[in-house]
Design a binder for this molecule. Structure first.
Ligand code: IFM
Length: 474
């Protein structure tokens, strides 16, 4: 392919890969780490496929050099990882564990020595279990405990880290965990969901303020997951249902940050179910404290189809039925696109559209794509090579969508692919693989897949090929 036909990204575009603590570190009881809600949840029968836990994961706690060498080989400019609260403040609040902080300090030093910028997420779902025992994110005090923990991390790493993310995917920590019940702590309760969501957002806002007070160099933002929904048809019912779905998934976390209020219609619908966010005076101003960028995690999209007879929105005590009525819709996987191995529709057009939607609705903030990637479970062939062409095709299509968005004026500054390594995929355990690097979970051996080499070529050229997916040179 000639250089002129490549789709180039802006100079200095920040390419890299992402992971999170519980999914890769292992060493679950070493150097003073206390259990998190995921240690507990994974031990409850039936919660995680095949009873897998993050006890060992990819053993990254003991493999800083190996993992950083992989990032270096890939040419990454940035590595997005998360800090485990139960490693740094094992009792949730109070004493700071120097050994826990030391691990992250050594990781940051190793990255900088390899000329890779650290991008640090402060919360990627691993709440200390001792705080859950006191009510977890349902209680307001947890937001204050989070700020104290964040401050300890700022003070230890803030001389070297220039990019901070408060929360990863609050929709998952609140809705997937407390309304749908698939993630820790695993309940179905609308009021708990709204309390958790509100205290997470409050923790975010308070942490942004503390970051500013400490006058640390660098930038701070949040990384919500957004998906894209479109009305199945131009019928008013489908349009209305789609709007509700977007309010529930995207706007609930973004409107408070950019506008200082929750989306009205969804707020009213929740109230019909007797659920309200526990907002106190001044909270929304704290939540709307200005950030420096928006992190965006995007994987999939769908069409929204309203049922012929919408379920009545009323309290029935059946949280699942109430959620269906709240949304008044079913989702339809985008026809014409395949599913990845985890069953998510491949919808790159949705990535383009959601980036334009963010541009127009929220004033075109600086955006980092903090996650995007695909689950494919094929392992090494007989010759040891992992030919994950489907992952390459998925990523190529999404990079093209991102390129179109940038050319349309979206202020996208970087992209960290999920994930560097195959890892603990939450309720799916180790059965679902998102890595650019294959991990043999019996031996912990790392093996770069074809997608790793392809992505390295994207980074090297700062460009993606527009050619036929799955037949790319690298
Ligand atoms: O593995 C997760 C990650 O922890 C958060 N975003 C989505 C990924 C794939 O499910």
């Amino acid at each position: 392919m000639s250089a002129s036909t490549l789709l180039h990204f802006p100079a200095g575009f920040q390419w890299g890969a992402a992971t999170s603590a519980y999914q890769i570190e292992g060493a679950h009881d070493e150097d003073g780490r206390s259990p998190s809600i995921w240690d507990t949840f994974a031990r409850q029968p039936g919660r995680v496929l095949e009873g897998h836990t993050g006890d060992v994961a990819c053993d990254s706690y003991h493999r800083i050099e190996e993992d950083v060498a992989l990032l270096k080989q890939m040419g990454a400019k940035v590595y997005r990882f998360s800090v485990a609260w139960p490693r740094v403040v094992p009792s949730g609040r109070g004493a700071v564990n120097a050994k826990g902080l030391d691990y992250y300090s050594r990781l940051v030093d190793a990255l900088l020595a390899a000329d890779i910028q650290p991008m640090v997420t402060l919360y990627h779902w691993d709440l200390p279990q001792c705080l859950q025992d006191e009510g977890g994110w349902e209680v307001r005090e947890t937001a204050h405990a989070f700020v104290a923990y964040a401050e300890a991390v700022f003070k230890a790493l803030g001389d070297r880290v220039r990019q901070w993310i408060t929360l990863n995917e609050p929709w998952c920590s609140a809705n997937l965990s407390n309304q749908i019940g698939e993630h820790a702590p695993g309940q179905r309760n609308h009021q708990a969901t709204l309390a958790v969501a509100h205290h997470l957002l409050l923790a975010h806002g308070l942490t942004v303020r503390r970051f500013r007070e400490l006058k640390l160099p660098g930038e701070i933002g949040m990384a919500p997951n957004v998906d894209w929904r479109e009305p199945y048809s131009q019928s008013q019912a489908d349009i209305d249902a789609c709007r509700r779905g977007l309010e529930w998934f995207n706007n609930w976390y973004l409107d408070p940050i950019y506008f200082g209020h929750y989306p009205e219609e969804m707020l009213e619908r929740y109230a019909e179910l007797g659920a309200r966010p526990p907002v106190q005076d001044g909270d929304m101003a704290i939540i709307a404290s200005p950030t420096d960028f928006l992190g965006i995690n995007y994987y999939t999209g769908s069409y929204t189809l309203a049922p012929d007879v919408p379920p009545q929105l009323k309290r029935s005590g059946d949280a699942k039925a109430e959620l269906a009525a709240l949304l008044g819709a079913s989702t339809v996987d985008v026809p014409g696109f395949e599913l990845t191995d985890i069953g998510w529709a491949i919808y790159p057009e949705g990535f383009y559209r959601v980036l334009l939607w963010l541009r127009d609705r929220y004033g075109n903030p600086p955006v980092y794509i903090t996650e995007n990637g695909a689950c494919y479970n094929n392992g090494p062939d007989g010759d040891g090579r992992v030919r994950d062409n489907k992952r390459i095709a998925y990523c190529q299509r999404h990079l093209i969508a991102m390129h179109r968005a940038i050319r349309s004026g979206c202020n996208v500054r970087g992209y960290t692919l999920w994930s560097l390594l195959d890892n603990f995929e939450w309720a799916w355990g180790y059965t679902m693989r998102f890595g650019l690097v294959h991990v043999d979970f019996a031996t912990l051996e790392r093996r770069p897949k074809d997608s790793f080499h392809w992505f390295a070529s994207v980074i090297r050229r700062n460009a993606v090929e527009p050619g036929e997916a799955g037949r790319l040179a690298f």
